[in-house]
Design a protein around this ligand. Structure first.
Ligand SMILES: Cc1ncc(COP(=O)(O)O)c(C=O)c1O
Length: 464
């Protein structure tokens, strides 16, 4: 019997067959794990995309303020990325070479090093498995190996990925609690936030900084001097929380004093997103290890760490994996880095972020349910609150229900946004850096209209 007898091959859909979005969503619901997440809040099936626009099965267009969770700095199908991909295929370059050198890999490394923060330009790069989480894992392993210590300090509200190690470093308790013991010897300290400060004070930067200093350098702190401190210069999933520069300076000073490795997780903030090429550099975070993924692959899976050379005490193969720099991602990534710099997209992100923030603030001025608008560059969040209920500090409580309804109402108005933060009450805007002013204005209009629509629904006795 031939080996394939009895094996059923899936029939490709007949040309012209138009399954509706509902068909696709239903088939996905039946086949895929209940861990699937985005289609629950954003029930659309996408078929094509250009720039900041995506199109669904019905031909409806949406402005994409999710952009592959920040992976698409240049938006969809940017010509320089498309050309780079064609070039690889036309050259017949090998697509997967583990970590064997290729001209495409070499060009990526040269391109990245040319734009890195100055102190890392004579450092080393390690290609990781193609996810941000794997790169964070590598950074932690590197710090532990280099220092001979095991402890790790991370911050409340952090997000570093979904592996058991990176979850241990992350803030959200609901995804950790069912799992029992994760990576041990991880300590969380408060992250200073301008709104809903863990200290109930201004942004709490001074207090949070003192705590880091105390934990790392006080001989009675109870925390064995850690291998590493890991931080995001702007917390993304944590609800768009920019790290205050004063806090960054203290973290840098304390880690230096303790001989602790400082890891900046710039998976989401890196490559222009926050209005600076590297978000940490602009606030003086000056890391020993920089973790990069998302934008540096030009929308294809790629992740690296770049670190100070003196940390490189690893044995060969200490962090291996099959897909460490896949050729198409390296080509797309090199083209994206070049284009972000050539077109001044970090500066553009700053200017566009200002326009978006001003628009959202204008909505907030007329609507007490928008409790706080914040961000850096094109990483912007609007925290929705219930103005009728305040916490012990007199701050209105987060309203995740409202944020979910606004997200859905914005989708109905042709705009895709994400939610995050405490109780998922922060509407997050993470569009491609190439988004136009006109598109930004439409995003703001959709936000205002969505809030009004949800309000009207509630007035008519709609369910909470
Ligand atoms: C700051 C940060 N670190 C790590 C990760 C994990 O990246 P990945 O989802 O590719 O594992 C993310 C993903 O959103 C992130 O935002």
């Amino acid at each position: 019997m031939a080996y394939h007898e009895g094996v059923r091959l899936a029939e490709p859909p007949a040309t012209g067959t138009a399954e509706t979005a509902d068909d696709l969503l239903e088939r996905q619901r039946l086949r895929e794990s209940s861990a699937r997440s985005y289609p629950r809040r954003l029930p659309i099936a996408l078929v094509s995309a250009t720039g900041s626009t995506v199109r669904d099965r019905q031909g409806r267009e949406y402005i994409d303020c999710l952009a592959g969770a920040g992976a698409l700095a240049l938006g969809h199908h940017h010509p320089v990325v498309v050309q780079a991909l064609h070039d690889v295929l036309d050259e017949g370059a090998p697509l997967s070479t583990l970590d064997l050198p290729t001209p495409v890999r070499d060009r990526f490394v040269e391109q990245l090093f040319a734009v890195l923060p100055e102190p890392l330009r004579d450092g080393r790069i390690l290609f990781c498995g193609p996810t941000g989480a794997d790169a964070v894992e590598a950074a932690v392993k590197l710090a532990r190996t280099a220092t001979g210590r095991s402890g790790l300090v991370a911050f409340g509200g952090a997000y570093h990925g979904m592996t058991q190690g990176t979850l241990a470093l992350s803030g959200r308790k609901a995804v950790k609690e069912p799992l029992g013991t994760l990576l041990p010897d991880v300590h969380h300290l408060p992250f200073p936030t301008a709104f809903r400060s863990p200290f109930g004070l201004d942004d709490g930067a001074a207090m949070a900084g003192r705590l880091v200093e105390w934990a790392l350098t006080d001989d009675l702190s109870g925390i064995a001097t850690p291998a590493a401190v890991i931080a995001e210069p702007v917390q993304g999933e944590g609800g768009v929380q920019p790290m205050p520069a004063a806090f960054a300076a203290t973290v840098r000073r304390a880690t230096r004093a303790a001989g602790t490795v400082l890891i900046a997780d710039e998976v989401q903030t890196g490559l222009g997103r926050t209005g600076d090429l590297w978000a940490g550099e602009a606030i003086g975070l000056d890391p020993d290890v920089l973790v990069l993924s998302k934008a540096i692959g030009g929308g294809l899976p790629l992740a690296v760490i770049v670190h100070r050379g003196e940390l490189d005490g690893w044995q060969p193969g200490s962090h291996a994996g099959t897909f460490r720099g896949q050729t198409l991602a390296l080509a797309a990534g090199a083209a994206t880095i070049r284009e972000v710099v050539r077109a001044g997209l970090a500066e553009r992100a700053r200017e566009a972020g200002r326009r978006l923030t001003e628009g959202l603030l204008a909505v907030a001025a007329d609507d007490p349910r928008v409790g706080h608008v914040r961000g850096r560059g094109l990483m912007v969040g609007a925290e929705l609150v219930d103005p009728g209920v305040v916490d012990a500090d007199g701050v209105p409580v987060p309203d995740g229900w409202l944020a979910g309804r606004v997200q859905r109402a914005m989708l109905e108005r042709g705009v895709i946004v994400e939610v995050g933060g405490s109780h998922d009450a922060v509407v997050r805007f993470l569009p491609p850096l190439v988004i136009s002013d006109d598109e930004l204005d439409r995003v703001v209009d959709a936000f205002g209209a969505a809030l009004r629509a949800v309000h009207a629904e509630a007035d008519e006795g709609g369910e909470r």
